[in-house]
Design a protein around this ligand. Sequence first.
Ligand code: UDP
Length: 453
Amino acid sequence: MREGCHVIVLPFPGQGHLTPMSQFCKRLVSKGLKPTLVVVSDKPSPPYKTERDSITVVPIPNGFQEGEDPLQDLDDYMDRVETSIKNRLPELIQDMKLSGNPPRVLVYDSTMPWLLDIAHGHGLRGAAFFTQPWLVSVIYYHVLKGSFSVPSTKYGHSTLASFPSFPVLNANDLPSFLCESSSYPNILRIVVDQLSNMDRVDIVLCNTFDKLEEKLLKWVQSLWPVMNIGPTVPSMYLDKQLQEDKNYGFSLFNAKVTECVEWLNSKQPNSVVYVSFGSLVVLKEDQMMELASGLKQTGRFFLWVVRETETDKLPKNLVEEISEKGLIVSWSPQLEVLAHESIGCFLTHCGWNSTLEGLSLGVPMIGMPHWTDQPTNAKFVEDVWKVGVRVKTEADGLVRREEIVRCVAEVMEGEKGKEIRRNAEKWKVLAREAVCEGGTSDKSVDKFVSMFC
Ligand code: UDP
């Protein structure tokens, strides 16, 4: 182990942030470091060690009492998380210094840019970690600089945005907060503010890889000290030769590992539709009905993740009917699932982690985006990387069952299906190359370590 090189990693407390940043900790371990992962948690507990004792996890409270619902008011949540971190982190850094293990750098989630001042104020370098791709951050940067004005409607069909190195974007390809700014003014401020102190940040890390966003990379590197370190998918999934510890990283949910894997083992290669909308998306009851009916009409096997909080909306009668073909679970071991040979396509909300995971594991995708950066990711899946299609949403906001059937057929059958699968295979190879020894992302992690150690 490298002595005297201590790194603190501090993700925003959401699954889409915890996953890539805890995986980044594992990459640091593979380079001989022993990082500390600070997690904001609703269940305060003493620090503990993980990853064969190489990662120290320090849970700090999110500022909510037992019984209070943290997700009721996002502004309140952000405020309390900020207050809690501002109270605890300086103490923690001080304790580390006193115990002879002073941290050198704080890798902080870009959605909490105020952490840079805490790092600098305590003599640490600050590394902003972006859990979203450049294609999204660049749009927010243009909004910050006033070089792009926010449109006022979501479902306009006019050409609205043209950024260098981008396909032409329509309103419904843009990150949702830009078009729904009146409903989410505070979230728009948070996502745009991520880019507000980039002139002072010491290093910018991003969970993407160079080839994936090649043209944008040149542009962002001309502005900031950028290093792409993704995909943060554990290398064991990218390279079947590797026998690493089967540990899915830091999860807020309990996955039904054995149930899913055994069920998938009984299916033919490329035959199953995997359906998951990540940790936050909430579907309306009538959308659940369309989805369940669409999956039934495909006649294919499917594995569908319906989180506990969504279960009540499942159409009860239909669930009985489809149970022969489908397995519904409250949370899956997603990487294990996507890496399984039985998976034929991934119906996804296009959260960035899910998109990158599907792409890195060579799985054709059907994008069914809901909000935040998902529409823009879906646009790139369909039109730039050409590894899938995007569903068409009706004017009432619903995706109809016939559309689900059409998209499943499009990615799993015919000439277009074959072309999508070829492209998916190509990106899988490129993603693997990026993180394997000597690849662009692997070198970035080496460079990060040599800068601070
Ligand atoms: N995930 C999982 N099991 C599930 C659904 C999701 O392990 O059943 C993981 C998935 O692999 C990804 C993360 O949860 O790493 C979700 O992040 P993403 O950015 O895709 O979506 P978000 O939850 O932030 O909307």
